[in-house]
Write a protein that binds this ligand. Structure first.
Ligand SMILES: NC(=O)C1=CN([C@@H]2O[C@H](COP(=O)(O)OP(=O)(O)OC[C@H]3O[C@@H](n4cnc5c(N)ncnc54)[C@H](O)[C@@H]3O)[C@@H](O)[C@H]2O)C=CC1
Ligand SMILES: O=C([O-])CC(=O)C(=O)O
Length: 411
């Protein structure tokens, strides 16, 4: 395990094919660079139909193939599904905060992933019922429940990926930063346990404010001497999912073809969709750019307000997080073509953490894709400069939080 304070990722320049599919529901066509194309396993990918699955509709989404797979032995005895009740790989995934609004649907989606052999569900309460419920799904992975700090170590031992959606969500009128005081401590405590019990695992941080909780996690891991920056990820996939959806709607594009990289961070103006880099190539008026950018930046608030006090995005977040889990597992499984946007330690800009497209490999971040920051429009360049002060402040707040606690403990 690397114990490095600073690690340099390679940055690579790639050219994109307009037909490259990305992410959930994308049916990637052969291209110069294809995103998320499952190569190493057949049947359903969990998040999209792989080429061997013959779905009736062109639109694929998580669940269609998985449900077919679980019904197939009885209803449709097609050979292509006969292997679905065996895991196609044996990765272990832990969800910390599994009984929550995100945790429950996310756990269901991970339960449907054929790359997963064991699903460890942890929460401070109510997780036993969630695990009992999920364990009845006839998909291959074994579900185990763990409640409270005393069982956290056992939950984490031997896991490949740890996903952390533990923490409080926003209510109307709050910013993500308003969650800092509660969630910073939750993330710190959980990541300490990850450092002690699963130091080699990929860590996916969902808990807000992501712009601060990821630096908090990094500091904790550094203090424990097990920080591998290639394996720590802030989950910003929902920003990409939203950007893809809104752009497809606005421009009447086929959803599965649309890919919009989203860079920066995960709060307000730090969320920067690079609409000029949209694939397939599409032109936007200045008004459309402004409208789409603001909608993508405020999409979390849109959900918070619609839920009117009952929390923030949970279902779309679970969908997005499940995609990021699947991408990570495919990378761990040896797929050499896995790309996602994520908030990671970065040298792309002067900021120590930055969300951008990355290439995932067996050891985590294999490369940071720098080409997408080249040739930005004036609008994007200005927005990039404008987000830096806020993002830096949030990063420093996270770092200071952990360092101050460490100093206080030492005195
Ligand atoms: N990164 C992103 O794009 C997004 C992040 N979020 C964030 O995800 C977090 C969770 O949101 P929801 O699931 O809606 O909240 P929720 O309140 O429904 O669920 C949170 C769960 O965490 C558990 N929890 C609290 N403290 C814990 C601890 N110390 N250890 C283990 N579990 C603990 C709670 O018992 C609860 O089950 C929030 O901070 C929210 O802001 C939400 C949507 C998108
Ligand atoms: O807005 C929130 O508080 C939750 C979140 O991060 C999102 O939906 O993007």
């Amino acid at each position: 395990m690397a114990s490095a304070a600073v690690t340099t990722f390679s940055t690579v320049t790639v050219s994109y094919s307009p037909k490259a599919g990305l992410g959930l529901g994308a049916k990637s066509k052969p291209s110069s660079l294809s995103f998320n194309t499952p190569k190493t396993f057949k049947g359903f990918s969990g998040l999209k139909a792989a080429s061997s699955v013959d779905l009736e509709s062109d639109a694929s989404f998580l669940g269609t193939a998985a449900l077919e797979a679980s019904f197939a032995p009885k209803l449709q005895p097609r050979n292509k599904f006969t292997n679905q009740l065996q895991p196609q790989a044996s990765f272990k995934v832990a969800v910390l905060g599994a009984a929550g609004g995100i945790g429950q649907p996310l756990s269901l989606l991970i339960k449907m992933n054929p790359l997963v052999s064991a699903l460890h569900l942890y929460d401070i309460a109510n997780v036993k019922g969630v695990a009992a419920d999920l364990s009845h799904c006839n998909t291959p992975s074994q579900v185990l429940d763990f409640t409270g700090q005393g069982q956290l170590a056992d939950c984490l031992k031997g896991v490949d990926v740890v996903v952390i959606p533990a923490g409080v969500p926003r209510k109307p009128g709050m910013t993500r930063d308003d969650l800092f005081n509660i969630n910073a401590n939750i993330v710190k405590t959980l990541v300490e346990a990850v450092a002690d019990n699963a130091p080699d695992a990929f860590i996916h941080i969902i808990s807000n404010p992501v712009n601060s909780t990821v630096p908090i996690a990094a500091e904790v891991l550094k203090q424990k001497g097990v920080y591998d920056p290639k394996k720590l990820f802030g989950v910003t996939t929902l920003d990409v999912v939203r950007a893809n959806t809104f752009v497809a709607q606005k421009k009447n594009l086929k959803l599965i073809d649309v890919d919009v990289p989203v860079i920066g961070g995960h709060a307000g103006i730090t969320i920067l969709p690079l609409l000029s880099k949209t694939r397939p190539s599409v032109t936007f008026t200045d008004e459309e750019v402004e409208e789409l950018t603001v909608r993508i930046q405020n999409a979390g608030t849109e959900v918070v307000e619609a839920k009117a006090g009952a929390g923030s995005a949970t279902l779309s977040m679970a969908y997005a997080a499940a995609r990021f889990v699947e991408s990570s597992l495919r990378a761990l499984d040896g797929d050499g073509d896995v790309y996602e946007c994520s908030f990671v330690q970065s040298e792309l800009t002067e900021l120590p953490f930055f969300a951008s497209r990355i290439k995932l490999g067996k050891k985590g971040v294999e490369a940071v894709i720098s080409s997408e920051l080249q040739g930005l429009t004036e609008y994007e360049s200005k927005a990039l400069e404008a987000l830096k002060a806020e993002l830096m402040g949030s990063i420093e707040k996270g770092v200071t939080f952990v360092q101050t606690k460490a100093t206080a403990a030492a005195n």
